[in-house]
Design a protein around this ligand. Structure first.
Ligand code: NDP
Length: 286
């Protein structure tokens, strides 16, 4: 039908490759359920065309959008303002056009993860959290854990130098003790009451792949989380579950980071259950 009145607010998801990126499904489902007329486009941007592509999106007054790999860092220079999270982890995954026409970049990955975790660990501040990985997802998560004031975070990464850089960049932002531990051979998880976060890319689209960790038998009160969302039940989560850990999948983080973005864009609270089920439907066809 022909549109009357104001034009639909436009949102983008830029990255490369973005074929198979499921965000559009959950955002459009949430927009529809809210009665919000926003439109969300998934756009594959050639790295060499990033500059004109971003200027074009901003010039056309896009109302906001998501940024995914490999542009989460490069996009920073185009924005007028950054939130504390985005500037601490030096990456933006969510952009919002403010009422004065300027653009602010945020990082909602770590915030989305934290929401999922707090829901199952209300005592999180008192816990020790082990994070495997030191890339974009790990950095966003460690940033948020430190801002929240978790007692201790230990970062373990295949390339130890990347873990050291991550921790050094966040040193002193809160009272959280930030440490690096070495990953030589199979990493043994032996402490009770831990939160263990699988934040490497291992397992994405590889149902059998798992990072090289082993859970001691009869661990008490350990929560194991994965950032990988496809498959939803990763080999890491299966291993943790069979060792008696409570598990948290990456789909919850994906839904939460998307819900935070929709709140920033529309000021409204989206239906997270609907967002999760639309992702599950999308995975069935992608
Ligand atoms: P990056 O490429 O930035 O980082 C990858 C990390 O994985 C690095 O720490 C790398 O270690 C490690 N790694 C890669 N291969 C191996 C291996 N074989 N063994 C051990 N470690 C390995 O990726 P991102 O951080 O951006 O993404 C990581 C995952 O998080 C992806 O699967 C992504 O889909 C997911 N993600 C999920 C989100 C959600 O909402 N659920 C949001 C954002 C991301 P090294 O430093 O040694 O190279």
């Amino acid at each position: 039908a022909l549109m009357k009145g104001p034009l639909a607010p436009l949102y983008f998801c830029i990255g490369s490759p973005v074929v198979g990126n499921p965000t559009q499904y959950m955002v459009e489902a949430a927009f529809d359920a809210l009665g919000y007329c926003g439109r969300y486009l998934t756009i594959d941007v050639d790295a060499e065309e990033l500059d004109p592509s971003i200027w074009g999106l901003l010039a056309m007054n896009f109302a906001g959008g998501n940024v995914t790999a490999p542009f989460k860092q490069e996009v920073l220079t185009y924005l007028d303002e950054l939130t504390e999270s985005a500037s601490l982890c030096d990456a933006v995954n969510c952009i919002t056009r403010k009422s004065d026409g300027t653009y602010i970049g945020d990082n909602t990955d770590g915030k989305g993860f934290l929401q999922s975790l707090i829901a199952v660990a209300p005592d999180l501040k008192k816990r020790k959290v082990m994070v495997f990985g030191s890339g974009g997802a790990a950095s966003a998560i460690v940033t948020e854990l430190a801002l929240y004031g978790v007692r201790e975070v230990v970062v373990v990464n295949r390339t130890e130098a990347h873990a050291k850089t991550l921790v050094n960049n966040l040193e002193g932002i809160s009272r959280t003790q930030l440490k690096v531990d070495r990953w030589a051979g199979t990493y043994q998880i032996v402490e009770n009451d831990l939160v263990v976060v699988q934040a490497t890319s291992v397992g994405l689209f590889q149902p059998g792949a798992c990072i090289d960790v082993a859970f001691a038998p009869a661990l008490q009160n350990v929560i194991a989380c994965d950032v990988v969302f496809n498959p939803v039940e990763t080999a890491f989560l299966k291993k943790a579950k069979s060792a008696g850990c409570l598990t948290l999948d990456g789909l919850g983080m994906l839904v939460n980071q998307g819900a935070i973005a929709i709140q920033l864009w529309t000021g409204k609270e989206p239906d997270k259950a609907l967002m999760r089920s639309s992702l599950e439907e999308a995975f069935a066809v992608c």
